[in-house]
Design a protein around this ligand. Structure first.
Ligand SMILES: [Zn+2]
Length: 218
């Protein structure tokens, strides 16, 4: 009992934060520049006082943008079936599903595998460029940055490349039972897009962006 009271008194005197992954209550450590703090229980990054992620984030976002076009518009698969050869891209696949009447599935694929990742990449690049500007932002740039920061969470939720990849490889596994299947350039580009975007999202630190926004825009 006395231990609990002592603990709550201690917490009352210190700044605390909650780990966003496991809700562990943590006291706010004092970080010097270029340092990060991780939750001791689940190893989630809770504080970041480093500017390095800006450069890493920009590089990863640009690499994702480069991979985005071949991943979505070049063939994912080449299927050889009784002498006929069929190729398909992500976008064609989603449109074919809509044509077959499964519009909810097709639209979901288009949103989660094409539109949301594309918007997320553009949002990341724009945010980094605006935040890295040393000069004060003009009102419309300030408003753009604010809207991008506010919508970032939603875009992240709608980006589901990993689910598409898993479904894709399950379909390939089933197709190999009755046809010859060859991976296309689109497959390798899509996997690269997934890896780059995964690490870009890992490097993205919303607290740092909001802090820099308030420092720049008041
Ligand atoms: Zn945690």
């Amino acid at each position: 009992m006395s231990d609990n009271i002592k603990q709550s008194n201690t917490l009352a005197n210190e700044q605390v934060l909650l780990c966003r992954s496991c809700d562990k209550v943590l006291t706010v450590p004092t970080l010097s520049s270029e340092q990060r703090a991780y939750c001791p229980r689940c190893k989630t990054r809770v504080l970041d006082n480093s500017d390095c992620p800006m450069h890493a984030l920009l590089a990863l976002s640009l690499a994702s943008l480069v991979m985005f076009f071949p991943a979505n518009f070049l063939p994912l698969l080449e299927v050889h079936f009784f002498g006929s050869i069929r190729e398909a891209t992500v976008t064609q696949g989603a449109l074919s599903v809509i044509d077959l009447g499964y519009w909810l599935v097709g639209v979901s694929v288009l949103i989660c595998a094409v539109v949301a990742p594309g918007l997320l990449i553009l949002s990341l690049i724009t945010q980094v460029l605006l935040i890295s500007t040393k000069r004060p932002l003009s009102p419309w740039r300030k408003s753009l940055l604010l809207n991008l920061l506010r919508t970032h969470g939603a875009l992240t939720q709608f980006t589901m490349l990993e689910i598409y990849l898993i479904s894709f490889f399950v379909s390939v596994f089933k197709l190999t039972d009755f046809s010859d299947v060859y991976y296309g350039v689109g497959t390798y580009s899509f996997v690269a897009l997934f890896v780059f975007l995964f690490y870009a999202q890992r490097e993205y630190n919303p607290e740092l962006f909001w802090r820099r926004y308030h420092e720049q825009c008041g």
